[in-house]
Design a protein around this ligand. Structure first.
Ligand code: GDP
Length: 156
């Protein structure tokens, strides 16, 4: 799970792993690791989900966080344009350091329709035509299972 602080990384994992959602904001420093077993076609896949918590600058200091990971979900907060810019920087850093590994870009908080700051055009421009974009909500659960499942499938 990568992306700027507060975009919903922890909430997405929580929704996926335990299917619950908490409004309470809590930010910790460190890495949280969760586990979930998913079925992809006829295989059982154990996903270890690494949720890096901390400052947005963390990636400049510790790009090694991603070493050894099979894929990632890059999360953007639809209600904060600056999180798209952070995602842009992170994405470029990852491609430089690690080349191409499977990922999806999640435009999260899609339930907050009134507050959306990022246009459809900006979404389309962000990732070109690779089609690896999903609109999600950790609150309603929209596309949450799908995002992790599709990532697992691409990794396999
Ligand atoms: P992280 O720093 O990226 O791990 O972000 P968190 O998961 O801690 O979420 C930051 C804040 O946004 C919290 O108050 C969450 O309750 C809220 N939040 C996260 N995802 C959503 C969402 O999809 N919809 C809404 N309405 N709030 C969300």
């Amino acid at each position: 799970m990568i992306g700027a602080t507060g975009v919903g990384k922890t909430s997405l994992v929580r929704q996926f792993v335990q299917s619950i959602f908490s409004e309470k904001y809590h930010s910790t420093i460190g890495v949280k690791v969760d586990k979930k077993v998913v079925r992809v076609e006829d295989r059982e896949v154990t996903m270890m989900l690494w949720d890096l918590q901390g400052e947005d600058d963390e990636f400049k200091i510790r790009p090694s966080f991603l070493r050894g990971s099979s894929g990632y979900l890059l999360v953007i907060d639809l209600t904060r344009y600056e999180t798209l810019e952070v995602a842009n920087l992170i994405q470029r850093m990852i491609e430089t350091e690690y080349g191409k590994i499977p990922f999806y870009v999640l435009f999260n908080k899609n339930d907050l329709t009134e507050d959306i700051e990022i246009t459809e055009e900006q979404i389309n421009n962000f990732i070109g035509d690779s089609g690896k974009v999903m609109l999600t909500s950790a609150k309603t659960g929209e596309n949450v299972e799908e995002a992790f499942y599709k990532l697992a499938k691409d990794i396999i």
